[in-house]
Design a protein around this ligand. Structure first.
Ligand code: KG4
Ligand code: ZN
Length: 362
């Protein structure tokens, strides 16, 4: 079946067209189009996403993206529309829902809601390998028992560890008790005077630094649960930056290089990233070992972090687990991932209410 998918939960407007087939146990998806407009430049001056600006931009961008799709496919047809109903910013979510409702009416097709976090969770199914889709890789994997699988979803709003017994049956093992992993990257970026969104900026700066330079704490690493906490780590970075603030020297009060030149920000970025990844990777691997996982699934915006991807891939291999992560273009919010979530919801007859739910859970 052909699915039109719409995503407007945060600061990316996404419309995708997918071809979906297969069963709940072996879903297959082919992305035909994945149009995304980012609002990052609009929110950057504010250091974060401004909900009403996001809403305004989605309202403007949705018809533009859909128009582009129609221009490419003059006889555009689809069998189902799916739209993110949560979690996310409610004013932003409503723009997508209302737009989807009017399209469903215009095209006379059914509309179902999708959970944004399920979109991230399933996003690895979108990655296409040469000659075969990752779906077929995963389905082939399913025969080799990728389940139970341990899924780490790390985004700007969430940090969640799940144990999946199948594509549709899971248990939440743990989550963050305060800041999400991406939020911690964004806040640390602000402390280092880096622009929003901070994750990619911190990662870039970290490449030039020494990850062992500063011993930042690894919150909750040794606790027996699978919860996370990142706010203490962020506060440690704040204190470190205060302690090592560049001090004006002499009478001219200008910052000068030398003993008081301040913190080496590349070392701070690298050491922070190392501490955050240490906790994420080690807790995920511990869960994989405890539950005898066949695979580890990584998703969410922070999954774009190359250090996290490569470290978790390496550790998964050591633990005897297959490792699945979406292609880079599917890590950040996009319509295609909502298409898979919608397809799965359609297959298991899961019907979300057609209303924005900012705090929806997975
Ligand atoms: O999934 P996403 O696009 O939006 C939410 O659903 O929240 O994730 C955005 C988050 C932001 O906090 C951003 O800083 C973070 O993902 N992020 C990264 C990287 N790229 C994006 N964090 C660390 N390293 C990256 N390379
Ligand atoms: Zn997201």
């Amino acid at each position: 079946m052909k699915i039109l998918a719409i995503e407007t939960s945060c600061d990316e407007t996404g419309i995708a067209l997918l071809h979906a087939s297969g069963t709940v146990r072996a879903p297959r998806v082919k992305v035909l189009e994945n149009l995304v407009t980012t609002q990052i430049p609009i929110h950057r001056p504010f250091g974060g996403v401004v909900p009403n600006l996001a809403k305004r931009e989605h309202l403007k961008n949705l018809p533009i993206l859909f128009g582009r799709l129609r221009a490419k496919y003059p006889r555009l047809k689809f069998d189902l529309i799916t739209v993110t109903v949560g979690p996310g910013l409610e004013p932003a979510l409503w723009t997508g829902i209302t737009f989807a409702q009017s399209l469903a009416k215009e095209y006379g097709v059914p509309l179902i809601g999708a959970n944004h976090l399920e979109g991230h969770l399933y996003s690895f199914l979108l990655s296409q390998k040469k000659g075969a889709t990752a779906a077929s890789t995963a389905s082939a994997g399913a025969r080799k028992n990728i389940f139970p699988a341990i899924a780490l979803i790390v985004s700007g709003g969430h940090t969640i560890l799940l144990k999946l017994d199948s594509f549709t049956k899971w248990k939440r093992l743990g989550e963050t008790r305060d800041d999400a992993a991406g939020e911690a990257f964004d806040k640390v970026a602000r402390l280092l005077d880096l622009p929003y969104p901070g994750g990619p900026e911190v990662e870039r700066l970290a490449r030039a630094g020494n990850p062992a330079a500063i011993a930042f704490p690894r919150p909750m690493l040794h606790e027996k649960n699978y919860d996370f906490s990142f706010s203490g780590l962020k506060t440690s970075v704040l204190y470190y930056m205060r302690e090592h603030a560049a001090k004006p020297q002499g009478n001219d009060k200008k910052m000068t290089a030398g003993a008081n030149a301040g913190a080496n920000v590349a070392d701070v970025a690298a050491s922070f990233q190392e501490a955050a990844l240490d906790v994420l990777v080690r807790k995920t691997i511990r869960a994989a070992r405890e539950f005898g996982a066949g695979s580890i699934l990584l998703s969410g915006g922070v999954a774009a972090n190359k250090a996290l991807r490569s470290r978790l891939a390496r550790e998964a291999k050591k633990a005897g687990c297959a490792f699945f992560v979406p292609d880079f273009k599917y890590n950040l919010d996009n319509g295609a991932m909502i298409g898979v979530a919608g397809y799965m919801a359609y297959l298991c007859k899961k019907r979300y209410k057609m209303e924005a739910r900012g705090d929806m859970e997975i």
